[in-house]
Design a protein around this ligand. Structure first.
Ligand SMILES: Nc1ncnc2c1ncn2[C@@H]1O[C@H](COP(=O)(O)OP(=O)(O)O)[C@@H](O)[C@H]1O
Ligand SMILES: [Mg+2]
Length: 358
């Protein structure tokens, strides 16, 4: 188990700033995700951790040892890619054994050691019995497991995964997600998982680093990022949010009161900022909005008119017009809703987050 620390990492490709002054620490045995849209610098950051790239500025530490200029093979991390990168002419067994055979002398291994380690790795990913198949004779999920076994067999200090489930169909992706999480738990292996998929990051990770345009936006547990986003990017990228601009009109014990732009509506919410400026953004997640009136004295009740509604199985998604603003809400899937219906809502202040507008 290794602790990994990035300190003020920047990486440039010509004029492109791929990674811009990023610092974070991954704890021993932690499942840590790097999350962000395509092109935000996730792969570059992972490659810097693996040692395939050297940063232009900054330092990488493994357990307080500076490894910034240490060669990849000496760092002993293992990487798994989106496209598996299996050798098509080798069997499952040979694919997994390959890395060990290369380092047989260095690691002082006998053939019997290698055989045992390969079999153990295949058992871990539940591929025992398929040793003699070739990659093309396997499903996508099985190929991804071979790639995982190949990474685990070298007993890496850290497992680095770059969008490893992206090529699988939706259902299999969810199954593999669960499997991966269980496997990581049982091995207690420091794992860094790169993905653009916020659900994947939230469901797998102990903590997440959100990147945007090479910059670190926020690091935290899935709950911290989801319930207490520190900026608009994080609020918008994780889950779904109604986001409104507004102006602070009053502050009280633990709450702020905000008048929404283009609206008479005044809502109350909480803020993670001590000195919240006047110009703010209000984040109201659809699932916190309650149907009907009532609740806390501080909660605000509103009425809206249904502008759009969509049955999506487990719920109904609807858009309400409240004066000039529009609000996404969720309704029970049995709710019989028609366009033009009037709906009363309560906005629970404790779940509404107010942050500075960017
Ligand atoms: N080898 C390279 N040469 C030039 N530009 C690159 C190279 N690798 C990445 N980039 C650029 O750096 C930025 C970040 O890329 P990348 O780390 O691959 O993002 P992500 O993995 O989040 O999609 C992008 O603008 C990309 O085009
Ligand atoms: Mg990438």
């Amino acid at each position: 188990m290794t602790k990994i620390r990035l300190e003020n990492i920047s990486k440039y490709y010509g004029n492109v700033v791929a990674v811009d002054d990023v610092s974070f620490e991954v704890r021993k045995g932690e499942f840590f995700a790097i999350l962000g849209p395509s092109g935000c610098g996730k792969t570059t950051t992972l490659r810097i951790i693996a040692g395939f790239e050297v940063p232009d500025i900054g330092r990488v530490y493994f357990d307080d040892e500076d490894v910034t200029f240490v060669k990849p093979y000496k760092r002993n991390t293992a990487m798994v890619f989106q496209n598996y990168a299996l050798w098509p002419h080798m069997t499952v067994y040979e694919n997994v054994a390959y890395g060990l055979k290369l380092r047989k002398k260095e690691l002082n291994l006998t053939d019997a050691d290698i055989d045992r380690m390969v079999k153990e790795a295949l058992e871990l990913v539940r591929l025992s019995g398929l040793e003699n198949r070739y990659p093309l004779q396997l499903s996508g999920g099985q190929q991804q497991r071979v790639a995982l076994a190949r990474a685990l067999v070298v007993r890496p200090r850290a497992l680095l995964l770059d969008e490893p489930l992206s090529n699988l169909d939706a259902k299999l992706r969810i199954e593999m997600r669960e499997e991966l999480k269980k496997l990581q738990r049982s091995l207690n292996l420091t794992t860094i998982y790169v993905t653009h998929d916020q659900l994947e990051a939230m469901s797998l990770s102990d903590r997440i680093a959100v990147l945007n345009k090479g910059r670190l936006m926020q690091v935290g547990t899935p709950q911290e990022l989801y319930f207490r986003p520190k900026n608009l990017f994080v609020a918008d990228f994780l889950g779904r949010s109604n986001i409104y601009s507004g102006e602070v009109v009053a502050k009280g014990e633990g709450y702020v009161e905000v008048k929404l732009e283009d609206s008479d509506l005044i809502v109350r919410g909480v803020t993670p900022f001590e000195n919240i400026p006047k110009k703010v953004a209000v984040i109201i997640r659809p699932e916190i909005i309650r149907l009907g009136e009532g609740g806390d004295d501080m909660d605000v009740s509103v009425r809206g008119v249904v502008d759009f509604a969509m049955f999506i199985g487990d719920k109904v998604e609807a858009r309400l017009k409240i004066g000039k603003i529009s609000m996404l809400i969720y309704l029970p899937n049995t709710y019989n809703i028609r366009l033009g219906d009037e709906v009363k809502l309560t906005l629970p202040w404790r779940n509404i987050v107010v942050i500075p507008s960017d």
